[in-house]
Design a protein. Structure first.
Length: 189
């Protein structure tokens, strides 16, 4: 859900060398190309309309070229982070180019609203009512289903940023290790 800490975690993973692709950046780029103000209404409308026109996995299709560039570079990373999955159809699109593990980040409504206010982005909802409307929009595109089917979930309530990021990093490191072990088994067959 918005404000849970996904981007904070993604940034901490970038700090340890993992490339990060932010799905919301693809929406912001479309808004800029259309000369639209980067506000919650416009970005939400683009997201909804794009999914209506091109299907639920539309946003994931927008980032596939970036993923392929990273995956085929001279020294590809062991993993990359996609920030902002909103539904299972996006996961299916991403699975077309590689193995996908989904980490859900949970935060209470008050925690998330405080995070949104603190980050100060231009598209942030100003009131709790606006924030609730944004939550409803996110749920309508399938976010709750993605959260329910996540491989793991971490909570960002009542812990420090360092603790939260450390938990996330431990999970990602374990997933990388499991993938390495799996790849060794497959290649030895």
């Amino acid at each position: 859900m918005p404000g849970a800490g996904k981007t904070t975690l993604a940034n901490s993973l970038a700090d340890v060398g993992l490339p990060v692709i932010v799905m919301g950046d693809a929406i912001r780029e479309l808004a800029k190309k259309a000369n639209l103000e980067l506000n919650d209404f416009n970005l939400g409308s683009i997201m909804i309309n794009l999914r209506k026109e091109r299907g639920s996995g539309a946003i994931a299709h927008l980032i596939l070229d970036n993923i392929k560039k990273i995956a085929t570079c001279k020294s590809p990373p062991k993993a990359l982070v996609v920030d902002g999955i909103r539904n299972i159809e996006e996961v299916k699109v991403l699975e077309s180019v590689g193995r996908v593990k989904l980490l859900a980040v949970h935060g209470s409504t008050s925690t998330r609203f405080n995070h949104i206010k603190l980050r100060g982005r231009i598209d942030a909802p100003v009131t709790l009512t606006d924030f609730s409307e944004r939550d409803k929009r996110e749920l309508l595109v399938g976010l709750s289903h993605a959260i329910a089917l996540a491989d793991e979930t971490i909570s960002n309530n009542c812990i420090s940023i360092a603790q939260f990021c450390s938990q996330g990093l431990q999970i990602i490191e374990r997933w990388i290790m499991e993938t390495d072990e799996y790849n060794k088994k497959v290649s030895s067959v």
